[in-house]
Design a protein around this ligand. Sequence first.
Ligand code: BGC
Length: 372
Amino acid sequence: MKAVAVFPAHREVKLIEQEEPVITQSHHVKLHLLEVGICGTDKEICSFAYGTPPAGADFLVIGHEALGEVMEVGDAVTRFVPGDLVVPTVRRPCTHELCRSCRAGHQDFCETEDFTERGIKGAHGYLAEFVVDEDQYMNPVPQHLREIAVLVEPLTIAEKAEYQLYTLMQRRPPWIDPALSERTQGRGHTALVLGAGPVGLLGAMALQAREFETFVYSRGQMPNPQSEVAQAIGATYFSSQVVSPSQLVAHIGPIDLVYEAVGHSQFMFEVLRVLGPNGIYVLTGIPGWQTLIEADLATLFREMVLKNQVMLGTVNAGPHDFRAAVADLEIFNQRWPDAVRALLAERTPIEQATDRILGRPVGIKNVISFQH
Ligand code: BGC
């Protein structure tokens, strides 16, 4: 079978031929892959800046944003039958007895950093025609979402952020209170999404669906495919080439929430400086090793304290977030069917996957599609 692998020692990314995997344990499921999304992490792995092959291997099969169809199940598997659609969980627990998170099934909060991530760290991924995996890490997806379900994994990032956000919001007066809303003339909560890639736009959809007044802030000038998606879901788009970070508040008012999805430290920092009172700044982008940033940290920390601000880094996603992503994708599909599909303008066959990953991106979300 075909797979796409990175060979870090030889600095090579290529299509390889592998033995088709077989079920060897009763809790195994065998999938044939339907689609695999490509994200910034894959590009980093393919430029040898990130990613680790499994122990003893000199290559890593990449791909972690997967949608598969169950082909076969082991004797002990009762949750799935052949034909079911699933999205696999990316991260797998460490083996340390003392890791409270992994032992509780929450490896997205692993305390030892010895977790593995399929297609990223220490375990092969899903950019392969077939995969055998453990039943407990498969998340079911309804058949009618097949066309867009490759978006589940990138959406889990927003879901995990939002789950934590609700806990953080508890420190403030109720945010949806009709009596209060009348007195404050219906002023809702503003959310600024940094970045208009798939993680940003899916985050914007989740925030719009939760009644935040949502703004998307990205580099590209309007009109462009990303600004069109933002507008189609009722968000307002600003280009950073037209509106500078320091001008944002004049356009938006106090910013209650920033949902960052760019991974560019300088930009992240400039926007942090305009976060509103009691604001929450959620970081999801993983910055590369960029040049040193000069910053007035004394003023920044002073402002953070005096304004009750919170900065939250979040990575990966747990079981709850996968369920929430499937449920939200259902809502997006009903509310904005065209905008959701506009994220997935093009599909690339696996034979051309390396060109697509290494070359210029086409459309908003690049997806590798398998023909069976
Ligand atoms: C993946 C996460 C992963 C993170 C860090 C992201 O691209 O979606 O599942 O935890 O990279 O490796």
